[in-house]
Design a protein around this ligand. Structure first.
Ligand code: NA7
Length: 554
């Protein structure tokens, strides 16, 4: 890994993060001839796929779609081995991409950006680094990812626990270490659902602490047959276009009928068929109104509750696992392998925190209102300060006294989820109020970065070096985000999509819910109208351009 030496020179683009987003930022920006200084907190590239190495970690969007589309050679040469790729395979893929397009040279690894300040006088961003240095650049691009700041453990007494504690979002414990141990997993979101069956295979005893039962569909993961992959590759170009103009970034069922318009028998038949296929385009897509009409949603929710009861032997455990506190799909659906089956094992217990809350974590276990559970290894699968957490951790401020933390105290305020008023030349890739978290993230990343590239090219061609959001355009976007989500069940469901999982976090829906295709059109319209909603200008005096070598050093 090449660690770049830097002096106090100015680069065109400072990029924060070397996951899917940051790697693509560096590729596109460097290809356009811009100098790039990238900083990555991890010791190596990969972002989410570098940190989340817990057992069972895998993507829940099909690998053939959860991958870059910008290079036909890349998509033709890379072979995914499974329908849903594992974390190690995705990390191998990202390393392959970085090597193939020579992207490592742009990044300094093991280095966090701890502050970012816009100087009005110089029209430049300066980022402060945890290593003590700093870097100045004309444009600041945040590619920090939506799920990269773990939620602080909010369990009373956790600091007193003397056993081994590990978090799914920063994993460093081989599964063999669980052999013969008494293990507790707290959290039953996607991460918990994926690791619980594998931990149960090793632990002497596993106790799962569940606060909110989720809808867990069988992942139905399988090896990808060479013939299937060949067929996909033959029509990749068309499929990628379909993804770009879809609602969530992958090909969809596009049903138009409503759940209550068909007979009970027909509904069950369709849900069964969807359940067999599984994936995001199955049960949840069988009717057009499942995310907008509570009664319609309840038919799908009931179908899935029945599945839980069919799989889980003990009726009490089954009833605790039945998801009944939120609408199906309004919180992110989980996809598991043998998840519900795991509760039929004799070494696994479920504790419902809705019925017996945790009183305290003690030195050697967990005390609930009803029992004491002895624990050797405590696994936290408690989620993230999603979407805004990592952006706000950058401590973005301006020399005129603005601070993103203050400006977003009531929730994020952006234009298109790309930029925020008062912070010139600062851009976010698939950031808050973009479709990002509701979509195949790679599709959203490529769309944002390509769009930004065109914006910067336009600026360069027109002698512009200062790009700022108009307040009115931002206000309109924030209203639109609220209006669009207000038509769905997302709006009434407590979830990390709305910031409800972090105490004190403003409840504000963190994504544009109108779909990636619609959003792409909106962004393209903005560009076609000379970047409507942006103030494009020239700073005086002009910031000096500094020539850089290919290695990113002055
Ligand atoms: P999630 O989906 O936010 O899940 C976190 C889980 O942890 C969820 O079940 C929470 O219950 C539970 N939780 C959080 N805090 C506590 C406390 N204090 N006590 C008990 N239980 C708690 O995070 P994941 O990492 O699983 O998945 C994040 C995303 O990664 C996922 O959606 C995919 O996009 C990939 P709650 O539901 O809040 O009651």
């Amino acid at each position: 890994m090449e660690h770049q030496r830097r002096d106090d020179g100015v680069v065109d683009v400072i990029c924060i993060g070397a996951g899917f987003a940051g790697l693509y930022v560096s590729h596109v920006m460097a290809k356009a001839g811009r100098t790039v200084a990238g900083f990555e907190r991890g010791a190596d590239l990969g972002g989410t796929w570098y940190w989340n190495t817990y057992p069972g970690a895998r993507c829940d969007i099909e690998s053939i779609y959860y991958s870059y589309s910008f290079s036909d050679e890349l998509q033709q040469e890379w072979e995914w081995s499974e329908r849903f790729a594992t974390q190690p395979e995705i990390l191998r893929y990202l390393n392959h991409v970085a090597d193939r397009f020579d992207l490592r040279r742009h990044f300094t690894f093991g280095t966090s950006v701890v502050s970012a300040t816009w100087s009005e006088e110089e029209a430049l961003w300066t980022v402060g680094l945890d290593t003590g240095g700093s870097c100045r650049g004309r444009y600041l691009i945040s590619a920090v990812g939506p799920l990269s700041t773990a939620k602080a453990p909010d369990l009373p007494g956790i600091e007193k626990f003397t056993g081994r504690r590990v978090s799914t979002s920063n994993w460093d414990l081989p599964l063999e270490e669980f052999d013969g141990k008494r293990v507790a997993v707290i959290g039953t979101g996607s991460s918990g659902v994926q690791c619980i069956p594998l931990i149960a295979d090793h632990a002497q005893h596993l106790t799962v602490f569940q606060r909110t039962p989720n809808y867990v569909m069988p992942a139905r993961n399988a090896p990808l047959e060479p013939d299937f992959t060949r067929q996909i590759k033959e029509k990749y170009r068309a499929l990628r276009t379909l993804c770009r103009y879809s609602s969530r970034g992958f090909p969809e069922l596009l049903r138009t009928d409503k759940a209550l318009e068909v007979s009970e028998e027909e509904r069950q038949r369709r849900y069964e068929a969807g359940y067999l296929v599984s994936g995001f385009t199955s049960v949840g897509d069988e009717f057009v109104d499942l995310l907008t009409d509570e009664e319609a949603n309840e038919t799908a929710a009931n179908f899935l509750r029945e599945k839980v009861n069919e799989i889980v032997d003990d009726p009490v455990t089954a009833s605790l696992l039945e998801p009944r506190y939120h609408a199906f799909g309004a919180k992110r659906t989980c996809f598991g392998t043998d998840y519900y089956e795991t509760y039929n094992r004799t070494n696994v217990d479920l504790v419902s925190l809705r019925h017996e809350p945790i009183v305290a974590v003690t030195e050697d276990g967990i005390l609930t209102t009803d029992r004491t559970v002895d624990v050797d290894i405590l696994v936290l699968a408690t989620g993230f300060d999603a979407v805004t957490g990592s952006v706000l951790n950058l401590n973005v401020t301006t020399s005129s006294g603005r601070s993103l933390a203050k400006d977003w105290a009531g929730g994020p305020r952006t234009y298109l989820g790309i930029a925020s008023e008062g912070y010139p030349n600062f851009f976010m890739v698939a950031g808050p109020q973009s479709p990002g978290i509701l979509s195949n993230f790679v599709v959203s990343i490529e769309q944002h970065v390509d769009w930004l590239d065109r914006l910067l090219t336009y600026a360069e061609d027109h002698g512009i070096d200062r790009i700022e959001v108009e307040r009115a355009a931002q206000d309109d976007w924030v209203c639109l985000v609220d209006k669009v989500v207000g038509e769905t069940l997302y709006a009434t469901t407590e979830s990390w999509y709305r910031g409800s999982n972090v105490e004190g976090k403003p409840k504000s829906f963190l994504a544009y819910a109108g779909g990636v295709g619609k959003y792409r059109d909106l962004c393209d319209d903005v560009a076609a109208e000379g970047y409507r909603g942006f103030v494009l200008g020239r700073s005086e005096p002009a910031a000096p351009a500094v020539e850089m070598s290919a290695g990113g050093q002055r």
